[in-house]
Design a protein around this ligand. Structure first.
Ligand code: CA
Length: 226
């Protein structure tokens, strides 16, 4: 599993617990400890799923959820609310605000993981599937093999990561900063030029003469698979 998860939570022990365990499962984890940074961080990094605390020092989880769900660019990001209260009324409020699921604190990590996986499978199949296809392109994530028009293509590790990232949300345009954060998170001192070099290599590898380009450059915005 290689999904990116964003946690907005003000209790440090909970962040530590979730982050440590999700990373062990292969997820990439980002987090903020208040709502303001959380909204900015989510909009910037476009995660595959958000774990959102109900009670934050500045905003409530419900407000953040509404803020994201009203915007066409972010409304498809699945959200699980973490609530300390198990009251029926709060669950209803949370789900009415657009949250996709909720989990009551205290929870066990296996319980949380099961919810995360179930929600990703339901709302983002392209993120969790072993085999994912876009037009005539196919990625087998179990073997890290890539095919175009049924012919195998050999990619370098970074080019594979890039393609695997783009295919999670085809047609979405990513800025270089977003690509950097999601594909190079272990080394943030990467220059824009490096990203362009890897994109060029990826293009050269997946292009077939006479067949349409799959990686689109969007002027002053970034790149997308479309
Ligand atoms: Ca809290």
């Amino acid at each position: 599993m290689s999904a990116n998860i964003y946690i907005v939570e003000d209790e440090e022990p909970i962040i530590t617990l979730i982050k440590y365990n999700l990373e062990k499962e292969g997820y990439k984890v980002f987090f903020s400890e208040n709502g303001n940074d959380g909204i900015k961080g989510i909009k910037n990094s476009l995660p595959d799923l958000v774990l959102l605390d109900w009670m934050l020092p500045d905003f409530s989880g419900v407000e953040i959820c509404k803020n994201l769900k009203k915007d066409i660019k972010f409304k498809n990001i699945p959200i699980i609310m973490l609530t300390a209260k198990g009251e029926e009324e709060d669950k209803i409020k949370g789900l009415n605000s657009g949250a996709d699921d909720y989990i009551t604190k205290p929870f066990s990590f296996p319980e949380l993981l099961a919810r995360v996986k179930a929600l990703l499978r339901r709302s983002k199949p392209s993120v969790v599937a072993d085999i994912v296809e876009f037009e005539d392109l196919k990625i087998d994530r179990m073997t890290r093999r890539v095919y175009r028009k049924k012919k195998e293509i050999h990619l370098g590790p970074k080019e594979y990561d890039l393609l695997n990232f783009f295919i999670k949300n085809p047609k979405r345009v990513y800025s270089r900063e977003q690509i950097l954060e999601n594909v190079w998170s272990e080394n943030i001192n990467v220059e824009n030029r490096t990203i362009d070099v890897h994109i060029r290599r990826l293009r050269q590898n997946i292009n077939i003469i006479g067949v349409k380009e799959l990686i689109r450059t969007v002027r002053s915005a970034g790149y997308s698979l479309s």
